[in-house]
Structures are given as C-alpha cells and as structure tokens.
Ligand binder design. Structure first.
Ligand code: SF4
Length: 192
C-alpha cells in the first residue's frame, strides 16, 4: 500500500488516465489500484518513434497495468498524422510550442474517447517527468474542460509529496526500462 495520499476528488466516478509510458505512470497506477479507484489507462502516443520503441513502451505499460489489475486501452498508432501536426516546429525545445501541440493532440483524443465510452473524468501522466512543464499541461487541460463541459480533468502533480522517490523505487522493483528521450525523434535529435 502506498504511503502517499491520493486525494481523488471524484469519488465513485471512474477515471480515464492517459499514460505516456510505464516509468512515468507506474507510481500513480499502483496508488490508484491501492485506493481501489475504478481506473482505465489509455495508451495513445503517436509521438513515440521509432516504432520498435513505441511497441516496447506500450507493452511495458500494459504489463504494469496487468500487474496492478488496471484496465488498459491501446489506441491506434498514427505517426503520420502526428508528424503533420508538428510540421515547422521540429527545432522547438522541450516545453515549447511543439510539446504544447503534442500534449493537446493526445488530450483531445483522450477526451473524445472518454465521451464515447462513458467516462466523466480524465487525467494524464504527461507532466510526470521533471523535463516537462506542469503549468503547460494544466493550461491545456483547462482548455479541454472548456471545450468539453461535461468532462472533468483531475489535476495531478506526480512530482509532489514523495511520489517521485516512490516512482523510482517502483521502476527499480519492476525492472522498467527508462528511456533517455521523451518520445519524438526531435526530442532525441535536439539533445545532441
Ligand atoms: S518532446 Fe515529447 S512532448 Fe514534446 S513533442 Fe516530442 S514527444 Fe511530444
């Protein structure tokens, strides 16, 4: 059982959680399972390249969900659409305009899936890493709430209250592969 409080404010409402990868989501997946929150993880990450890397991250995320008894939904991999989306933003740094478009694209798909499948609450692990801008993700989430008024976004800070230390312990315990770039080819190239 996790020692970190959950503070899920939508008691009895099921949650759809967009997950970017197992290392970022393992702690919150375990915490949700420990607290018996009816959760489904959605894997929708057409930003991840190359395809082998995508498959590896997806399979690992699925295994973690199976381990903790959480449902896992695997949505289509449509990298061509994603590349089109970020055209002209290839050289943007992380936390910049390309990331904003990438986050929004995945959050919108999550919102649409939620509405089509009877979820009222969504959230994401998009800002779990310290390389990401929590405020940027929260701003986009707030726009999603405005765009889809029947949906609620659970604002979740995965870097607070010991969650990061717990996450690292779980990464080790589950022998998870920790990638050294966010996901898109540009995040890899711009590192050099
Ligand atoms: S760095 Fe990450 S969040 Fe930003 S565009 Fe690339 S994959 Fe998306």
């Amino acid at each position: 059982m996790s020692n970190i409080p959950l503070n899920y404010p939508f008691k009895d409402e099921k949650l759809l959680l967009l997950s970017c990868c197992a290392p970022c989501s393992v702690e919150i997946i375990k915490r949700l399972a420990d607290n018996k929150i009816d959760t489904t993880v959605l894997f929708y990450n057409p930003n991840i390249h190359p395809k082998l890397e995508y498959i590896h991250r997806k399979n690992q995320n699925k295994e973690i969900c199976e381990k903790y008894g959480i449902d896992f939904i695997d949505l289509d991999y449509n990298p061509k659409d994603w590349f089109k989306l970020v055209e002209g933003l290839e050289k943007e740094p992380e936390k910049g305009a390309r990331c904003a478009k990438c986050f929004d694209y995945r959050l919108v798909r999550t919102a649409e899936y939620a509405l089509e499948n009877g979820f009222n609450v969504i959230s994401s692990t998009l800002a779990a890493s310290r390389w990401k801008d929590l405020k940027q993700v929260e701003g986009l989430a707030s726009e999603i709430e405005n765009r889809y008024p029947t949906l609620k976004y659970w604002y979740l800070d995965l870097r607070k209250k010991g969650a990061q230390a717990e996450r690292l312990d779980l990464v080790k315990e589950n022998n998870l592969y920790e990638q050294n770039y966010c996901g898109c080819i540009y995040s890899k190239l711009n590192q050099k």
